[in-house]
Ligand binder design. Structure first.
Ligand code: PLP
Length: 401
């Protein structure tokens, strides 16, 4: 069950999460081995020469590949239904490696307006300095993507679905058609759903990007990232960029994430079930103005969510009636939920996007993006629904009006 191995097709996701990619050593260890080594020893000068020039595909140096990292790559490729995976040191380095591998000065990117803030900084400020221009369009409007295409110049389409924090969806299949017609490469950041709930390659994406820091690890321990796609697309692009420039995944982090992926399916299902129930409960609360969750009947793209995703995911956002004061009151009255910016953990986290993750953009841009002062984002973990309700009700019930 390793990368490029047809037998991976026969197994269900829960099985692949536990077993795909395993390479046993001569000792027959049952759990995946952690190879903490920077380099690998050769039997002869001839073998060393073969490995460096590519004739012999054994291990050379851990900036290039490492057996533990390879196990992580093979497991994630199998889960995403992709042929090949390249691991990176973080989600941001996966996005950077993709941008550097597929773009050059004069090229154009079309990116969803609703992506992680650092992704916008990366395309606009970092890639912008090297002559790459980016147009931001609404994720839910494929016609806007088509209208933004600059023939011969548009080389990359980039989006996240569902978006953070408002859970807006992009129609992956519709946008993949626009991308294909434009001759661009289409990358989808699948960090929020993970392959347990959504497999973008099946809907026509060329590349899947991951912050493994989130649900793949799932326990808030280490940073990691990955790019998944066909071998033909990655082998001569992202892989040589990483091998040369060095934002590679450490074997230790790969090992931690591998163990996290064993429980990915079961965690995503449990966290989604609790999140859906919490969203329905919040919708009925008199002090809550609006709830954003893809599987709610009130979500304008519920049908698309049910087509692309097997569950709604673990992120629930909601507007409280009391604006910023009300939102801070709810956050400050929690005793169990962690006030922290990360998500994808077994421990539920809570944030006020307008003053944290989206605090550096102008109030006008925030309002245009729908990030209200009363908006709260909860990334649901594995605590019980009743305990989460109690922790949120304490602040909600004290709201005036
Ligand atoms: C959707 C999304 N993509 C990418 C990243 C970046 O990942 P990392 O923090 O692992 O660099 C994040 C981080 O929050 C994210 O939420």
């Amino acid at each position: 069950m390793s990368q490029s191995n047809d037998s991976a097709e026969k197994y269900d996701l829960s099985t692949l999460g536990v077993r795909a990619g395993i390479r046993r050593t001569e000792f027959g260890e049952h759990s995946e081995a952690l190879f903490l080594t920077s380099s690998f020893v050769f039997e002869s000068a001839e073998q060393a020469a073969g490995r460096f020039t590519g004739g012999d595909d054994g291990f050379v140096y851990s900036r290039f590949t490492n057996p533990t990292v390879s196990m992580f790559q093979d497991r994630l490729a199998a889960l995403e239904g992709g042929e090949f995976c390249v691991a990176t040191s973080s989600g941001m380095s996966a996005i950077l490696a993709t941008a550097m591998a597929f773009l050059k000065a004069g090229d154009h990117v079309i990116c969803s307006k609703a992506v992680f803030g650092s992704t916008v900084q990366l395309f606009s400020n970092v890639m912008g300095r090297f002559g790459v221009d980016t147009t931001y369009v609404a994720p839910d409007d494929p016609a806007a993507w088509a209208a933004a295409v600059r023939p011969g110049k548009t080389k990359l389409f980039y989006l996240e679905t569902p978006s953070n924090p408002l859970t807006e969806l992009a129609d992956i299949e519709a946008i993949s058609k626009v991308s294909r017609a434009a001759g661009a490469t289409f990358a989808v950041d699948n960090c929020f759903c993970s392959p347990a709930l959504q497999r973008p390659l099946e809907f026509g994406a060329d590349l899947v990007i991951h912050s493994a820091t989130k649900y793949l690890d799932g326990q808030g321990r280490v940073l990691g990232g990955a790019v998944v796609g066909s071998k033909a697309l990655l082998m001569d692009t992202v892989f040589p960029f990483l091998r040369t420039t060095g934002p590679s995944l450490s074997p230790f982090n790969a090992w931690v994430i591998l163990k996290g992926m064993e429980t990915l399916q079961i965690r995503m299902q449990a966290q989604s079930t609790t999140a859906f129930a919490l969203a329905q409960w919040l919708e009925k609360h008199p002090k809550v103005e609006r709830v954003y969750y893809p599987f709610l009947d009130s979500h304008p793209q519920q049908a698309l969510a049910r087509k692309q995703q097997s569950a709604g995911g673990a992120i629930v956002s909601f507007d409280v009636k009391g604006g910023r004061t009300g939102a801070w009151q709810v956050i400050d009255h929690t005793r169990m939920i962690s006030i922290t910016g990360n998500l994808g953990d077994t421990k539920t986290t809570i944030t006020h996007p307008a003053t944290t993750t989206h605090g550096r953009i102008t109030p006008e841009a925030r309002a245009a993006a729908g990030i209200n002062e009363g908006l709260i984002r909860v990334a649901v973990g594995l605590e019980s629904l009743a305990d989460l309700q109690r922790d949120l009700a304490r602040g909600l019930d004290q709201q005036p009006g």
